[in-house]
Design a protein around this ligand. Structure first.
Ligand SMILES: CC(C)(COP(=O)(O)OP(=O)(O)OC[C@H]1O[C@@H](n2cnc3c(N)ncnc32)[C@H](O)[C@@H]1OP(=O)(O)O)[C@@H](O)C(=O)NCCC(=O)NCCS
Length: 165
């Protein structure tokens, strides 16, 4: 974690939109990252519209040169419940602990609000890095919805997880 000590956690600024979208190279990338959110196609206009949602707070992690290295959202579900959504780490930075570091910052942000008592999320059971990341942060499996998302010709199961604060 010390390696990311100089990284800055901030609200997402739309100057980084093109960079974030450049990390999504295929239908598989899109579905793993965002499920059905952009099933009509992902582009800057749709993404910027998405960011206008009133229940959504987007965050970024910048390195010491001001380059974005991770993106993610907190979505409010109720006065005491929030969801982590669309977590995305720069492809070249994956598997180095950054996803976990970033999610910890998102969880800390939610804790700082001092309102939310439960954080939920969902991911595909086939998304091993995401699943490992969330499990190691203490998220517990709540339910599995079989054959919920399609990538190409293959259906994938969706797992719902939660963390009590
Ligand atoms: C999912 C994602 C955010 C995880 O971030 P990351 O920086 O790659 O993951 P980390 O290096 O922080 O690793 C977190 C945990 O996953 C494990 N892990 C990482 N890559 C893995 C892999 N390919 N297979 C299995 N486990 C893996 C790590 O060992 C670590 O577990 P530990 O704490 O028990 O050791 C990142 O891979 C990503 O952006 N993926 C594409 C978008 C996506 O799928 N987002 C999730 C939407 S729900």
């Amino acid at each position: 974690m010390k390696a990311f000590g100089t990284f800055q956690f901030r609200r997402f600024s739309d100057e980084h939109t093109a960079t974030v979208l450049s990390w999504i190279q295929s239908e598989k990338d899109r579905v793993l990252w965002s499920g059905n959110s952009f099933s009509e196609g992902l582009n800057q206009i749709r993404f910027n519209d998405h960011l206008k949602r009133k229940d959504l707070f987007a965050f970024q992690l910048l390195d010491s040169n001001g380059h974005i290295q991770a993106y993610g959202e907190i979505v409010i579900q109720a006065i005491d419940r929030a969801t982590l959504c669309r977590i995305l780490v720069h492809p070249k930075m994956r598997g180095k602990g950054l996803g976990k570091f970033f999610c910890k910052r998102l969880i800390q942000e939610i804790k700082d609000w001092d309102l939310i008592r439960e954080i939920s999320l969902n991911t595909l059971t086939s998304n091993k890095p995401a699943l490992a990341c969330y499990k190691s942060l203490g998220f517990r499996s709540e339910a599995i919805k079989k054959k919920s998302r399609r990538i190409g010709d293959t259906w994938h199961d969706l797992i719902f997880m939660s963390l009590l604060l």
